[in-house]
Every structure is written in C-alpha cells, then in structure tokens.
Design a protein around this ligand. Sequence first.
Ligand code: FEO
Length: 384
Amino acid sequence: MQISKDIKYIGVNDRINPLFEGQYSVPNGMSYNSYVITDEKIAVMDTVDGGFTAQWLENLEAALSGNKPDYLVVHHMEPDHSANIAVFMERYPEAVIVSSQKAFGMMKNFFGTDYADRRIVVGENDTLSLGKHTLTFVTAPMVHWPEVIMSYDSLDKVLFSADAFGKFGALDSDEEWENEARRYYFGIVGKFGMPVSGVLKKAAKLDIAAICPLHGPVLSENIPHYLELYTKWAAYEPETDGVFIAYTSVYGNTRKAALLLEEKLSTKGCPVIAMDLARCDRAEALAMAFKYKKLVCASTTYNGGVFPFMRDFITDLAEHGYKSRQVYLIENGSWAPTAASAMKKLFEGCKDVVISDNIIKINSAVNPENIAQTEALAEEIASL
Ligand code: FEO
C-alpha cells in the first residue's frame, strides 16, 4: 500500500490472536503497522509483532526492491512493534537504529544489547535528513510507554504517531473507526490523558496531511476531526450528554430496574444505552462510561459487597483515570443490601465524580415504590 510517492505501508494483519495485549477482545483482528520511506537514505518505521516476522520481512524486501535500509526508526518499544528489532539488525548489518534514549535502555532488557555502536539517539525537535524528506522527532512519553517518540515528515506532512490514533481491527476489516478507536484508546492509553494532551498541543502546531499510526488505518481525511476527538478523550470530556447504564443481575431483578430506567430516560428523549457487565465486552463498557456524560451503576449485593463484575468495572474506571462525571446508583439486596456503599467506596479515588444521593434501593424485586423512584430518578437525570 502506497501512502505517498515515497512512503509505503509494510505492516501485517493479525487474524490469529483473539486477545490483544492478552486481554482485549479483537473480533476483527489487529494490525501492526510499519512503513518504509524511500529517499537518498531509506528509513524503516518500526517492526511488527513477533508472530509475523516472515510476512513483515517479505513486505519489507518487496518495498526495498533490492536496496538496503539505512535506518530503523523505533517509535515505541512495546513488543507488538519492537519484537523484530534484533532480527532486522542481524539481517541488515549496516543499518542504524534511531530512537529515544529510554528506548535503547529497553532494547538492552529485551535483546541484551543497546546497540551502542549502531544507534542515533534523538529527542525533542531533533531531525534526521533522508534527502528530500526530513523527520522531526516529537517526544511523547506515556503515549503509551515512557520511551515513545513520534516523527513528522515535513515533505509529505505525515505524522508517524506511534500508538496514538490507533484502533483495534485488522486493516481489511469493514468497521467504522470511532468505536474501535475509542475502545482501544480508553483501554490502553486512557490512563495517560495528561501526557496525551501535551502531545496533542504539539501536534496542533503541525500541518498534518496524514497520520500513520502503529495500529489501524492511515488517516488522511478530516484530520481536524480526529484531533478534536482525541483532545476530548485526553481531557476526559464526555462526547455526548447521554447516559450509560451499567448493570449486573443474578436473577433478573436488578436488570429489570436498570431497563426500566433506560425506558423512562428514553421516553424523555435522553440518549441512553444499557449494558449487562457480565455479558458485554469489558473494554466496550469502559469506553461507554467515558463517552457519556452520566453513568448509572445498578448492582446486586454480593458477599457483603458488590457483585464482582460491577466491582471490576468501577475498579477499571478508577484505574483509567475516570473523572468529572455525574454518577447514579441502584442497589439490590435481599437481606443486607451493601452494594451502594461498596460502589461509593470504589469511586472514592475518582476526581470530581459526584454521586447522587438519590439512590434507588431494591429489596429483592422491583416494587411499585421503586417504579415511582425510577420515574423521579429519570426526571433528575434528564433535567441535568
Ligand atoms: Fe501498540 Fe503500546 O503498543
């Protein structure tokens, strides 16, 4: 795939591994992107996952057309991109690695060498001339590891953005960008909103015609839209004024309460979506909580606390920097309800999360009083 006259895509699609990073479900696969810039000097931009070495080398050889690469630019050391560094360096003994100081430290740990005699260390605003193309490096610590750099090719106006602007899904999967990019962002990079915001400020100063991420498609149209969405995500701002109802239910009674609230909110014209945490994708639920302005957590009491799927969900939110949201609680309990207090406690570490005092308490099954309370809660939520 040709990205520009001199830039070629040489990445691979992973349709084998059902889980990315050992935990994220990827029903449409995953891509590990790599690129070659052919100029007076030839630069290879990152490698790919270790399960796809042969295919990547084949793609690389085809792009090189008999030439030898001069540089391997390493933007990120996570093994889904760095696994083939040693293979590359052995195969092309005259090539030099261009990367951050921290990345070379990680190479020592991964490969037993930091390539001291075959490296160029780059930092903020350093440049590398390939001939007509000049790469300018942008440090991007914690997007998503501390060693990360991005690079900008000023000739073609291309930003090589490392993990940023990536998504789940192989390149040949037919799906819209936003849902899988959001699920990817909040699951993997979401905890690091502040550093992402910092890098986006630097990116805003660049004239970008295309973004080449390490996962997902090259973005070459409507760049301001992607930058705006990422800016919102990095700032933990909701995308929409709607409501996400996350619920757990053992025998269906808490589900009934959650779906009743969903129906009442919907009737009031409030955008709302409900998910059963035991049956939906965990990363999807996390992404929905960040997407919507308001969150309702409805849970059964369990072992003197909260149901495990809800406990894991809120813990996940807290660990991913969930903040500045309005939260509502529904608890169910048959003899000693404790779900609400347990949920409140789990949210304690979340900055500027306001939990409404209007908590619906169900004793085993939804009763007429609960129905009236749900109507009142729907009114409160819709009016904010
Ligand atoms: Fe795609 Fe952080 O590696």
